[in-house]
Design a protein around this ligand. Structure first.
Ligand code: AKB
Length: 320
């Protein structure tokens, strides 16, 4: 049986991944690590909880020993837009934090999951059908930390045999915990606004195509990769994974099919626009499909229906 530590368990992905892993491996085998935001009651009551973060190496060691941890999922990061306003903090969590976790993993022989991002690409990367192995010269601090994390993960595997594995996540669409400070956040916010006000003001311009994925697929991707037969993994780290690619006009049109009087206008955020312009329009994720069977279940139409139903239930507002 695995003993897992989640770093960043209260974030958008961490909060759902912790509960998902508890359902698979048993509540007592998944420790929820958090830093400052108070965990939800569900997270706090369903299994072990520890105040531990990636920048505190002593506490990391202590928790790994206490629970005999053999696998660490490192979900801690400052997302792309917020990282531009706090580049030093983004570096500390995104590079020093990753290094600390890899060192602890080396010492205690833990496997490590590292989520990279479409943010690891930049303006000189081919933006259509972005290859698995290609130019990576990101121009954001978020991207710099993600490339460093990918390289450190490769290094710790090759040099020390640490079982590091990772994905390049696109924008993640979900309905439990809101994302905070990302360029792709609009694809979550649009659903809340559609249900609450039947209108949305979009911070990205029409034509800003980006890869996206619905949370259930993001959770399966992490677990499937960590459970994959290592002899089949040619890449191990930084697998491109995508489930859909759309721009604001396309997602708005999909929502309109269910809420016919939904309206969208634009108030473009220049920083988010500039970031989005340097990220892929759509990635080639054939390496993930071939090496460990990546096959997302949700495309735009199914994701839209599920998001509308889940958020309508959560807010207690009928949308039809
Ligand atoms: C962000 O927009 O910063 C993140 C990401 C794509 O990594 N959602």
């Amino acid at each position: 049986m695995k003993n897992i530590l989640i770093i960043g368990s209260v974030g958008q992905i961490g909060s759902e991944l912790t509960m998902h892993l508890r359902r698979i491996y048993g509540n007592d085998h998944v420790v929820a690590g958090y830093r400052s935001t108070q965990p939800s009651e569900e997270l706090a009551k369903s299994g072990p909880l520890e105040r531990v973060d990636a920048t505190d190496v002593e506490k990391l060691n202590e928790v790994v020993k206490k629970y005999k941890i053999d696998t660490i999922y490192n979900l801690a990061a400052l997302l792309s837009a917020v990282a531009e306003s706090k580049p030093q903090a983004a570096w500390n969590v995104g590079v020093n934090g990753v290094f600390n976790i890899l060192e602890v993993a080396r010492e205690h022989k833990c496997a490590v999951f590292f989520p990279s991002s479409i943010g690891a690409f930049g303006p000189t990367t081919p933006l259509d059908n972005t290859p698995q192995d290609t130019i990576q010269r990101p121009t954001t601090m978020y991207g710099v930390t993600k490339v460093a994390g990918e390289l450190l993960s490769d290094y710790y595997y090759k040099r020390f045999g640490v079982d590091t594995r990772g994905l390049r996540y696109p924008g993640i669409i979900s309905n439990v915990t809101l994302p905070g400070g990302g360029t792709t956040d609009y694809a979550v916010e649009i659903f809340y606004e559609a249900i609450k006000h039947k209108k949305f003001t979009c911070p990205l311009p029409a034509g800003a195509f980006l890869d996206m994925m619905y949370m259930p697929d993001a959770l399966d991707a992490a677990v499937d990769l960590m459970e994959a037969d290592p002899s089949k993994l040619k890449h191990r780290n930084a697998f491109n994974v995508s489930a859909m690619s759309f721009d604001p006009e396309i997602i708005a049109a999909e929502i309109k099919k269910h809420i016919p009087d939904f309206k969208m206008d634009y108030n473009v955020d220049p920083m988010k626009k500039a970031i989005a312009e340097t990220w892929p329009n759509s990635m080639d994720d054939s390496a993930a499909r071939k090496e460990w069977g990546w096959n997302p279940k949700y495309r735009l139409p199914e994701m839209t229906i599920d998001m509308l139903n889940m958020i309508s239930k959560k807010l207690g507002i009928k949308y039809k």
